[in-house]
Design a binder for this molecule. Structure first.
Ligand code: NDP
Length: 246
């Protein structure tokens, strides 16, 4: 693949799930990939090693997105080392399933720190250092537009927030030649939402295609948004949800 050749990508949460699939797909298209991990050092290094073994270019770097300033610091280091960042993917995310009555400050703050503040830090730095042609992709969720079951308040609020943050970025950065878009996955088979989990059958029932999506099916859309094929696509949200939002 050559759709991303010569580009440098910074992908948060590349150790597992959707992020790992995005890193692999970007590398297959010729990008140099810097992927971050929070807790899963070994898995992150395995993702990078698998890419490098296939002749791609990737490195894993530690970056706990819960810590204020950490994302800015690590992304800046990556930009200095590689001379540029052309593609930013805000993928790292967490969910804390708890009803509002029982939600602790910590539950709320952790979700906001990882899902909203870290993407904000990354987008702010991207706005200052990215060159024309740059692409910012944020992995939101279809739960940024709806709250279909109890216990998802902080998660839904965080995904609504990054959706609007990304639209605001598109509005402000268009004249700089930068694009910013959101991918909103539906049920995707990962550690966060396994296809054999407790509510999996219920989720499948809501999906017209009748199944969970695969991480690769998010990655292919991320490749499109990162590439020059999407050169007139900005400020938009793409649901990749098997029709759930129809
Ligand atoms: P996983 O739980 O499988 O993976 C989460 C990723 O985020 C891991 O790489 C993890 O890295 C990283 N991460 C979590 N906390 C931190 C942290 N504090 N610092 C740095 N990295 C962190 O989830 P998915 O792959 O399913 O989710 C990826 C994105 O997709 C998330 O934003 C999620 O909200 C979104 N999404 C997922 C859906 C699904 O059905 N799976 C549906 C809709 C949206 P590490 O283990 O190294 O900490």
């Amino acid at each position: 693949g050559i759709r991303l050749s010569g580009k440098v990508a910074f992908v948060t949460g590349g150790s597992r799930g959707i992020g790992a699939a995005i890193c692999q797909a970007f590398a297959d298209e010729g990008a140099t990939v810097v992927l971050t991990y929070g807790g899963s050092k070994d898995k992150a290094e395995a993702v990078a090693a698998a890419i490098n073994a296939k002749g791609g270019k990737a490195e894993a770097v530690s970056c706990d997105a819960r810590k204020a300033g950490e994302t800015t610091k690590v992304m800046r280091e990556a930009a200095e080392k590689h001379g540029r960042i052309d593609i930013l993917v805000n993928n790292a995310g967490i969910a804390r399933e708890v009803t509002l009555r029982k939600m602790t400050d910590e539950d709320w703050n952790d979700v906001m720190a990882v899902n909203v503040t870290a993407p904000f830090e990354a987008i702010r730095l991207a706005a200052n250092i990215m060159e024309p042609g740059g692409s910012i992709i944020t992995v939101g969720s279809i739960l940024g537009d709806r709250a279909p079951s109890p216990g998802l308040g902080s998660y839904c609020a965080s995904k609504a927030a990054v959706q609007m943050l990304t639209k605001a970025a598109a509005r402000e950065l268009g004249r700089k030649g930068l694009r910013a878009n959101v991918i909103q996955p539906g049920p995707i088979d990962t550690d966060m939402n396994p296809a054999d989990g407790e509510t999996a059958d219920l989720q499948r029932m809501m999906v017209p295609l009748g199944r969970y999506g695969k991480a690769d099916e998010i990655a292919s859309v991320a490749v499109f948004l990162a590439s020059d094929e999407a050169s007139f696509v900005t400020g938009t949200t793409i649901d990749v949800a098997g029709g759930l939002t129809a």
